[in-house]
Design a binder for this molecule. Structure first.
Ligand SMILES: Cc1cc2nc3c(=O)[nH]c(=O)nc-3n(C[C@H](O)[C@H](O)[C@H](O)COP(=O)(O)O)c2cc1C
Ligand SMILES: [Mn+2]
Length: 487
């Protein structure tokens, strides 16, 4: 069973000694960032700021800032578990007869039990404030870095609907607070929220938007998952936490939000109305430049009586999103492998902030196979943004950067092994010649085959005879123990 809500998770963290309460007055302008940066860089606890300067609502940060807390948030012991559960669903065979169908019922019932459920009400409705009775300035929204253009809501679940399919989307897009009732809406052009806004723009209409802040962590994490179009992030959240997400209808828009949310903002975006947003100290470790983005007009706020405001900081890696990114990597890998079965493992190290570097190990089957994989990645959802793709053979551990550096540098002939391409880039990419369009490179660090024009002999990697290794390993341990006890 998942966590009931954010408060439930905080209690669990506190019980396990993973929560630091800060009673001192701390400023949401820069000061919270400095504390959270230290917390995450030390592998430290989640931090609850109980006295935020000028605000009654406490700020919770660094919630998912270790691998341990990320796993705990998803309710799992290891990512293997998710991998197995996802594969079990893909491996369902066509039932051969009635008996087979009956055998499948529990699995179908299980899947059905993860579907989001609509409930009549929930804690996010404890207080309902129509326009004129709320101010966004009452929320302890933080200004993270010195050159930021303002205060940004950093962990929102932004809900919109696709006009054609009627399907819901939940994306995590930062929101700069402009005034009492408006914010920016930083859905980048490749994201689902922006797609829905373009549909409205073509019709010359507004788009309804609901933003939930602070739910149980598996649910808000799902907002950052790069799922295909029209696949509901709330279904994935239900699947991961093994319990359906309960949704409630909004007061003023035709959308639903998780009932257990802390704070909900309801309103609309007129996609033709743009306003300067940013700069913002981003997860690239650089400031993303100011740009024009839609304005979100808030018409109604619903919230708990005593809400928690959940916040994250991004900046020079590793930050909290490195742990979220690793979870995304692990959860999406089994799905990616269904399309690319030759992929054995994949890693996006935090230094590459998701879109700059992807390392894949493959079971190479034919000449040019590594390049085939590169182009497949550049054609796969948000993986299209990957600036550098490295492909290695299956005997390289892609999780070990030292090994990857050694093996790649040893195996490449730069005149031969680089696959240059160009195409869409992440909006945060600042080095490309143009906005959202630029160059990419694939590095084929696999062993080269004659079919690829390599006629020389390829040397083997040095490894000790296993027998000798075991015997001398035993002797070595004994020698070390003796050495330690005599000193
Ligand atoms: C902390 C955090 C902040 C993010 N901020 C943004 C943002 O401001 N704009 C954006 O387009 N994506 C942002 N993302 C990435 C999106 O959440 C991610 O691409 C997600 O898949 C988008 O959902 P969608 O595929 O349904 O559009 C952020 C991710 C995280 C973890
Ligand atoms: Mn989506």
């Amino acid at each position: 069973m998942g966590f009931k809500d954010l408060g439930d998770f905080v209690s669990a963290l506190e019980k396990d000694g993973e929560l630091l309460r800060v009673a001192e007055v701390v400023d949401p302008r820069l000061e919270i960032t400095e504390i959270l940066d230290r917390a995450v860089k030390e592998g430290g606890p989640a931090v609850l700021f109980e006295n935020v300067k000028g605000h009654d609502v406490p700020v919770l940060g660094n919630v998912l800032g270790t691998h341990g807390r990320m796993l705990k948030a998803l309710g799992i012991e290891s990512y293997e578990e998710v991998d197995q559960r996802i594969n079990a669903f893909f491996d369902v065979k066509q039932p051969q007869g009635l008996l087979d169908k009956i055998r499948m019922l529990p699995q179908l019932a299980e899947l059905a039990s993860y579907m989001p459920k609509t409930v009549r009400s929930g804690p996010c409705k404890e207080v309902v404030l129509e326009k004129g009775r709320f101010s966004l300035k009452e929320l302890p929204v933080c200004t993270c870095w010195p050159e930021d253009g303002g205060a940004f809501i950093t962990l929102p679940m932004v809900f919109t609907k696709d006009r054609l399919s009627g399907k819901r989307n939940c994306g995590m897009y930062r929101m700069q607070v402009f005034d009492e009732t408006t914010t920016g809406m930083h859905w980048q052009l490749h994201k689902h929220g922006a797609k829905h806004a373009r549909q409205a723009l073509r019709k010359g209409e507004k788009i309804e938007v609901a933003v939930a802040i602070g739910s149980d962590p598996a649910t808000y994490f799902a907002g950052a998952m790069p799922l295909p179009d029209d696949v509901d992030e709330m279904l994935l959240a239900g699947f991961i936490r093994k319990e359906a997400v309960e949704m409630v209808r909004c007061e003023t828009v035709d959308l639903e939000v998780p009932a257990n949310s802390e704070i909900v903002l309801e309103g609309w975006v007129d996609p033709s109305e743009l306003r300067r947003e940013g700069p913002f100290g981003d997860h690239t470790g650089y400031y993303s430049l100011a740009d024009d983005y839609p304005v979100f007009h808030v018409e109604c706020v619903t919230r708990r009586k005593k809400p928690l405001y959940v916040h994250t900081i991004v900046g020079p890696p590793p930050m909290e999103d490195a742990f979220m990114g690793y979870a995304i990597e692990r959860v999406t890998l089994p799905i990616m492998k269904r399309q690319l079965p030759e992929v054995l493992d994949m890693h996006m190290p935090p230094e590459g902030v998701f879109h700059n570097l992807m390392i894949l190990s493959i079971d190479k089957q034919y000449p040019g196979h590594a390049r085939k994989v590169m182009h497949a990645i550049w054609g796969l959802g948000q993986a299209m943004f990957t600036k550098v793709i490295i492909v290695v053979d299956g005997d390289v551990d892609v999780q070990n950067m030292s090994e990857v550096a050694w093996r790649v540098l040893a195996n490449i002939d730069p005149g031969r092994d680089l696959e240059l391409a160009s195409g869409p880039m992440d909006v945060l990419e600042h080095a490309s010649q143009r906005f959202a369009y630029g160059g990419k490179v694939g590095i084929d660090a696999t062993r080269k085959w004659p079919g690829e024009g390599f006629e020389r002999e390829w040397p083997g990697v040095i490894a000790m005879d296993p027998d000798v290794k075991a015997r001398m390993g035993g002797l070595w341990e004994k020698l070390r123990r003796r050495d330690r006890s005599s000193s």
